[in-house]
Design a protein around this ligand. Structure first.
Ligand SMILES: [Zn+2]
Length: 171
């Protein structure tokens, strides 16, 4: 699902409300992801405010069991139409910090915003780390043994890499 910048600008008060209830590719959820987003145009900027609710299927870091976590996100994102400073930043879609904690994503000439991508990024950024099925989860003693072994046994190097990949996916 993509929102065209023209549609936002042509809407009343240059503000367009989107109700989203759908699956999001690459996001493993129980049921659809629900989002209520308001896209507003301010000159060269597009601001998105709203909420996203997703029941994300996760794997517990301690016991490795599957569980579902409800992720609630308050969205407040700003997009800059065109390039902020093409001489310094040649890449599209990158995030630039204007002031402390004030990030803007360059659209770099794109005339639409990818809603699914916005939802995917917002939800994955809000997945807790460490990610545990229950605050009292004590883990699985069998797995604990492997984690301890991992440090000393080079044959288990593969588990270490698996863990790293998982963390990177969560970004
Ligand atoms: Zn657990």
């Amino acid at each position: 699902m993509k929102i065209s910048i023209d549609d936002i600008k042509n809407s009343k008060n240059q503000s367009l409300k989107i109700d989203f209830a759908n699956e999001v590719s690459d996001l493993d959820t129980l049921g659809p992801v629900e989002a209520e987003l308001i896209f507003s145009a301010y000159g060269a900027y597009i601001n998105v405010k709203g909420t996203i609710v997703a029941n994300v299927k996760l794997v517990c870091d301690r016991c490795l069991k599957d569980f579902v976590q409800k992720i609630d996100v308050d969205v407040d994102e700003t997009y800059k139409l065109g390039r902020l400073d093409s001489a310094v930043n040649g890449h599209s879609g990158q995030e630039i910090e204007l002031k402390d904690g004030d990030f803007v994503t360059e659209l770099d000439g794109d005339d639409e915003i990818d809603v699914e991508d916005l939802i995917y990024q917002s939800v994955t950024l809000n997945i807790p780390n460490p990610c545990v099925c229950d605050i009292n989860c004590i883990g699985d003693p069998e797995i604990e043994k492997y984690i301890k072994k991992e440090i000393s046994d080079p044959r288990l190097e593969v588990f270490k890499n698996l863990k790293i990949n998982k963390l990177e996916e969560g970004k």
